[in-house]
Design a protein around this ligand. Structure first.
Ligand code: IPD
Ligand code: CA
Ligand code: CA
Length: 261
C-alpha cells in the first residue's frame, strides 16, 4: 500500500470511475442479446468514466495537464505535471462482457512517468506504484518474476486487430517466439499486461503501436517491481509505443528476437 496524498487522490478517482464501469458492465451483459449490441452504450460508458476522472483529478490537483484517450489533451497551467489516462483499457473485452479491463492513470513529471495506478473494477484488483515507493497489488508488494530461461517463460503480446498495425510483422513475431517460450498469451488490455508483469504473473510482454495512456501507469509499476521496460528499438517508449518488458534477462532476450523483425 502507498499512503501518499497523491496516491489517495488517484485511488479515489479510479474507484469512482471503476464503480461506474462495473455498473455499466452489468448493462453490457444484458445488451449482448440485442440486435444492435452494446457498442454505443460502451462508448458512452467510456466517456462518462473519463469525465469523472478528469473532474476528480483536476479538483485535487488543479493546474496539472490531462491527456485522456477520449477527450485528448487539456493543457494545464502547471507545465511540469500531466495526468495520462485511459478510462477504459480493454474496450473489446468490456464490450463482450469479459471482466478483464481497467482504468489506467499515470502521472508524468517533466515527461517522465512517476506514479501509476491500474484498477480492474470487475475483480477489484488495484495496482499502484510511485517512484521510490515500490509497486503494490492491493496490500501486497510486487516483484517481477525471476526466470532466466525463456523456455520456462509465459509471455503476453498484443495482436493488431482489423484495420490497425502491421499484421504481417505480428505473424513474424509469433513465428519467432512461439517455439522459444512456455506459452504466449493475448489478454486484450495493455495496462493489465504490464501490471501482470509487475506482479510476476507474466514473465514478459511486448506490443507495438500503443499510446501513452496504455502504458504510462504500467511503466512505473514495472520499474518499481524491479523490472525493466522500454522501447523495442531503444527509443522513448512513451513516444513510440513499442513496448517490451520483463526482468532484465527476459527483456533482453525478447528485444534481441523482436528488434530485427
Ligand atoms: C487497447 C488494449 C489492447 C491493445 C490495443 C489498445 P483500448 O486499448 O490495450 O490490449 O492491444 O492496442 O488500443 O482501445 O481497449 O483502450
Ligand atoms: Ca487502451
Ligand atoms: Ca481506452
Amino acid at each position: 500500500m502507498i499512503n501518499s496524498a497523491l496516491m489517495n487522490v488517484m485511488v479515489k478517482a479510479a474507484r469512482r470511475a471503476g464503480r461506474s464501469l462495473k455498473r455499466d458492465l452489468g448493462e453490457v451483459e444484458n445488451l449482448q442479446v440485442s440486435m444492435k449490441g452494446p457498442a454505443n452504450f460502451v462508448s458512452l460508458a467510456d466517456k462518462r468514466a473519463e469525465e469523472m476522472l478528469y473532474t476528480d483529478l483536476n479538483k485535487a490537483r488543479p493546474g496539472y495537464g490531462f491527456l485522456g484517450e477520449e477527450g485528448g489533451n487539456r493543457e494545464g497551467t502547471d507545465k511540469s505535471h500531466s495526468w495520462v489516462v485511459d478510462p477504459l483499457d480493454g474496450t473489446t473485452n468490456f464490450l463482450h462482457g469479459i471482466p478483464h479491463f481497467a482504468v489506467s492513470i499515470g502521472l508524468l513529471r517533466e515527461g517522465v512517468a512517476i506514479a501509476g495506478l491500474i484498477y480492474n473494477p470487475a475483480n477489484d484488483e488495484l495496482y499502484m506504484a510511485e517512484k521510490g515507493s515500490g509497486a503494490f497489488l492491493n496490500d501486497t508488494r510486487l516483484r517481477v518474476a525471476g526466470r532466466k530461461q525463456l523456455n520456462e517463460c509465459v509471455i503476453a503480446c498484443g495482436l493488431p486487430h482489423i484495420g490497425r498495425g502491421d499484421h504481417e510483422q505480428s505473424r513474424k513475431e509469433m513465428t519467432a517466439l512461439q517455439p522459444k517460450v512456455a506459452g504466449l498469451r493475448r489478454f486484450g488490455a495493455a495496462s493489465l499486461d504490464l501490471a501482470f508483469v509487475a506482479a510476476g504473473r507474466l514473465d514478459g510482454y511486448w506490443e507495438r503501436n500503443l499510446q501513452p495512456w496504455d502504458i504510462a501507469a504500467g511503466i512505473v509499476l514495472i520499474k518499481e517491481a524491479g523490472g525493466t521496460v522500454g522501447d523495442i528499438h531503444g527509443g522513448d517508449v512513451l513516444k513510440t509505443g513499442n513496448v517490451v518488458c520483463g526482468n532484465e534477462f527476459v527483456n533482453g532476450e525478447l528485444t534481441k528476437i523482436l528488434r530485427p523483425l
